[in-house]
Design a protein around this ligand. Sequence first.
Ligand code: NAD
Ligand code: ISE
Length: 340
Amino acid sequence: MTLKVGVIGTGMIGQDHIRRLTQVLSGAVVTGVTDIDLERAASAAPMGAQVFDTPQALIGSDEVEAVVICSWGPAHEEQLLTCIAAGKPVFCEKPLVTSAEAALRVMEAEVAFGRRLVQVGFMRRFDADYRRLKAVIDGGTLGLPLMYKSVHRNASVPAGLYTSDMPLNDTLVHDADISRWLLNDEVAEVEVRLPRRSRQGCDLRDPHIVLLHMVSGVIVDVEISVNIAYGYDIRGEASCERGVAALPNRPATVISDAHGIRQAIPEDWRERFLEAYDQEFREWIVAASDGTATGPSTWDGYAATLVGDAALRAVASGVREPISLIEKPALYGPPVARAA
Ligand code: NAD
Ligand code: ISE
């Protein structure tokens, strides 16, 4: 059976996911697209896809069995709630939503529906390097993890569209999610340090050092740099009791030329996580064809949203800001980690 998919938001990542669904993967066909910019939607629509005037019309169509949301974060809540009300599986790009209250409303609707419908676009969980790193940590040969270092560097971000709060409530969500997943842990408190401000790029507060104090006592330090010019550089390293496990530097191509010997750095997330996005959608197509979702859930989107909120509070207060999660609904698996 071929899953009929509607895509909301046909900007950078929407177009990339349409390409993936139509040219790379099997099992799905894009039957509908929409965007507040209808011209953009029309030019991104693959052959045979209908251009809908509104997300509501797309979600309600009999020609759409499952939905991919690639609009801006503040639009996600309403679109997610409409998908849940229609009982349609939905892949939602990160961030799930932009406030804790909105995350709770989405969670309440999905729990009332009684089955997982929402998968959040935390693609790092589908990346082969991160999966190998998790297997080593979970395998226990290095003992317990004690510290984790997460480096998240963007060459640049879109001027004007990307504002000073976004390193913490848009970009950091990836590091928050991957740390929770790798460490099987939850974030208890968040602290932010502001180093010398970069003169690179536009008028943003950049870079940030964020400390995630996990429930287990592990400390995660995150570097968020969003205008570092040289490339998209993602690193991760777990220091454990008896050794260290780290992501390899990617890609591994070694270039030798008149400037010396060097490794090429990806330009942006599309290049670095190309295979991870493909795998993320392979697994989503299987789950959505079965009427459900897999991988990162509404709960994970909620937990990451709280980290972003706490990080913004921590910039203002200068101290550690606590996170208080609600009790985890059974729909999302076992209860959250508690201090060892
Ligand atoms: P973009 O600005 O290139 O595209 C967003 C598109 O959504 C635009 O065409 C805009 O007109 C449309 N849109 C906005 N609000 C809408 C609404 N209410 N209804 C219909 N269309 C609407 O942005 P982008 O870089 O493609 O990012 C889109 C989403 O994907 C964001 O949530 C972003 O955080 C996320 N993203 C995730 C990754 C990742 O690595 N997982 C990478 C990039 C972007
Ligand atoms: C972007 O929206 C993403 O999700 C990328 O993965 C991230 O690295 C970037 O900072 C965000 O702006």
